[in-house]
Ligand binder design. Sequence first.
Ligand code: PMP
Length: 415
Amino acid sequence: MTTAPVDVDSARRDYAALVGRGLSLDITRGKPSPRQLDLSADLLTLPNGRYKAEDGTDTRNYGGGAKGLPELRRVFAEALQVPVDQLLAVGNSSLELMHDAVVQSLLSVLPGGERRWADEPRVAMLCPVPGYDRHFHLAQRFGIELIQVPMTEAGPDMDVVERLVAEDAGIKGIWCVPKYSNPTGSTFSDDTVRRLAGMATAAPDFRIFWDNAYAVHHLTDDEPVLADVLALCAEAGNADRAFVFGSTSKITLAGAGVGFFGASAANIAWWSGLVAKRTIGPDKVNQLRHALFLKDADGVRAHMRKHAEILAPKFAAVDRILTEELGGSGLASWTRPAGGYFITLTAPEGTAKEIVRLAKEAGVALTPAGATHPYGDDPADATIRIAPSFPEIGELEEAVRGLVVCLRLAVAERA
Ligand code: PMP
């Protein structure tokens, strides 16, 4: 990339003016905006006196299905590409299910495994980077070693993944956000999914943590179709390889959602046996109101189009400002995702931390530089995650213009 020189004096003047405005803006986390939450306002009154599930279960009481209500599992089976009888609706978010999956794998021998992960001399997970910080923190908290692999536009670099998992039996899993990935927005290609499903792994109990958080979160009408990981794993003779996760967090109410876990019949039996010790059952009233509200897969599609109407102009605004301010300068590149919640901005090497620091001083909160990498360490110090969803468009535009001012100053002072 040829980088245009930045004039230090004008960069300093622009930054001083930015600080002088006393902004207080936040584009750190991928939260839905209040307008998006309003789309699900009906959930605040549903189930409107009803409490019987379709099979007559009294949702107010204990009992009636630890798997979650069939009518809700049916709504999400298509989007998550999991047969209904292998899909559980449990908990109020997917992160807690990923946490439980890691903990249960540490403490109980997985189908296909020889011993508990906790009894292995070493447990490591592959982390495509840039990736989602909460995956990394979760694994790190249990002493799991994090190994970076590069992301490409088609998913993780499979040449690297295949080589590592074939030779190292300590590698027990890989974190994947297969559609509109956090934070690059890329969707795994069919070839990537097929190779993940079929690759030879030294660990017999290797698991793909398939976090399909953005399965239905399109920003355009051009919706990529993700290959069916469970089917491909089964076809390749690795039926137990994938754990599929999803949730309604960014579909309905992020703070009052439903989590989903999908896997092979053997994995589901393993999970259900363990979870029966932990809970008598999920929140069926919440599941009932979600089923009544969303109705079916078409209901989800129609609802997500309303989200897209709110979100797409925000993503477009970020792209427009970055193009106006930085296009052709060689100072940065950024992603133009067709879905999901994030844009990745790649700044010149060695500047991301300084950009984030300058922005903070100027009242623009950005996700900490390095958060997209294991141990908070982006070796190139170049990746910045932009989360456009929460602020209203005027504030978002101000924040992105402020970010550009900080980028220019960081580059100018480094030169
Ligand atoms: N996975 C990914 C990739 C995410 O970006 C997020 C939210 N930022 C989550 C999971 C969290 O989802 P939940 O609310 O279902 O725990």
